[in-house]
Write a protein that binds this ligand. Structure first.
Ligand code: PMP
Length: 395
């Protein structure tokens, strides 16, 4: 079949192949990007969906506005307020997961050949989505404190990108948290170079100890002229339920209007039933307890994984303990003649019945084959310990 030429730039995910092996009996998987299904507040969502149907059947089951269901926009505006962001309900649109917000950004902003700066490594689906629209992706290096803003400035000055895409808080796959100083620097760069910054923030609420610094969007109120240069994507997927497919985008009115137009041709609107359920859930006041619960459980798992990695893999691997999110980002050091190729290790690990994702596909440029991503989200502490032990044996 003759497919559209835009597909020439995109390969199916290298990770997919690996996922086919995850059905093997007895396997412990650190490979997925999923939250743990056992963590879903089923009772709360049952109540919320029932209320949605009884109190507002016309809204929950009918076609709705492309921008989003008004009661949910109001709740999301209030939710953002708790995170230091003042946004009117009309200043955000509801999207079908934050993934759709990324797609809408691609659609509205990227012409074939346009340059976009992303972190190296970054979210794989973003790489593929932006490439589908013909973007030339430039990779900005990161360390444990997120994107290196000095390097970022050089790349912005050199490439004059259409926009910069960052996951500043507990990035996928890096788990890194951008420091307050660097967040401020990013805002300065936006203004200095008049560059749009996209802040993708599905993990910001998922911190384990101290709260992370405010989002770049929240900080923009102190930097004149920066708010007009920011798009911010939020999501209920990691803290409440990814199946609801509720995300949102906050952006300057002009961009929001174009994105809404594109969304109209794409899915008309996000499921009104999901939106009404999410609105009822947020209104119910259960969210703070839900957040406290996921923070505690994932925090314990992250601790367990960090300790197990040190114990079982020692100096064969280097990593920074993440303070939130769902992932460890690690690097095989090759110490004492041990394996330094994560692809090879992934194959051996599957034989030992443990799975993870090699890091190379997360780089838009210059892949580092020694890197790997380990999710601590879906295995409990005992499984994490056993899985990391198997990983040590595979190594
Ligand atoms: N951005 C990042 C960085 C992610 O990790 C994910 C989910 N893995 C998404 C966006 C998309 O999430 P959703 O569409 O479920 O909101």
């Amino acid at each position: 079949m003759q497919f559209a030429s835009r597909l020439d730039n995109v390969e199916t995910s290298a990770i997919r192949e690996l996922f086919k092996l995850l059905g093997k009996p007895g396997i412990i998987s650190f490979a997925g990007g999923f939250p743990d299904s056992a963590m879903f507040d089923v009772e709360g969502l049952k109540e919320a969906s029932q209320k949605a149907l009884t109190e507002e059947p016309g809204g929950a089951l009918q076609y709705g506005a492309t921008e989003g269901y008004e009661p949910l926009r109001t709740q999301l505006s209030a939710f953002m307020k708790t995170k230091g962001v003042d946004v009117d309900p009309s200043g955000l649109i509801v999207t079908t997961g934050s993934q759709q917000a990324l797609d809408l950004l691609g659609k509205t902003m990227i012409s074939p050949g346009d340059k976009v700066i992303v972190e190296g490594p970054t979210f794989l689906a973003t790489i593929q989505c932006f490439r589908l629209y013909g973007a030339q992706l430039i990779s900005a290096p990161i360390d444990a404190n997120g994107v290196k803003t000095d390097e970022l400035e050089k790349l912005i000055a050199e490439h004059k990108p259409k926009f910069v895409y960052l996951i500043p808080t507990f990035g996928n796959p890096s788990g890194a948290m951008l420091t307050l100083e660097r967040r401020k620097k990013v805002l300065e760069l936006a203004v200095k170079y008049q560059t749009l910054i996209v802040e993708d923030d599905p993990y910001g609420d998922l911190y384990f100890g101290e709260a992370p610094p405010p989002s770049i969007l929240a900080l923009s109120k102190d930097v004149p002229g920066s708010r007009e240069l920011l798009a911010h994507c939020g999501s209920l997927s990691k803290v409440l339920s990814p199946g609801l497919r509720i995300g949102w985008m906050i952006a300057p009115p002009e961009l929001l209007a174009k994105a809404t137009m594109c969304k109209q041709f794409s899915d008309a609107h996000t499921s009104t039933f999901s939106q009404a359920t999410a609105a009822q859930y947020l209104k119910s006041g259960r969210m703070p307890a839900t957040l406290a619960h996921v923070r505690e459980v994932y925090g314990q798992r992250a601790q367990a994984m960090g300790a197990a990695l040190k114990r079982e893999l020692g100096d064969a691997v280097s990593f920074t303990q993440p303070n939130g999110g769902l992932f460890f980002w690690a690097r095989l050091t090759g110490a004492n003649g041990k394996l330094a190729d994560a692809n090879e290790l992934a194959k051996r690990a599957i034989e030992k019945l443990v799975a993870f994702v090699p890091g190379a596909p997360f780089f838009a440029e210059k892949p580092d084959v020694a890197t790997l991503r380990l999710s601590f989200a879906t295995a409990d502490v005992a499984k994490i310990e056993e899985g990391v032990k198997r990983l040590g044996q595979a190594l």
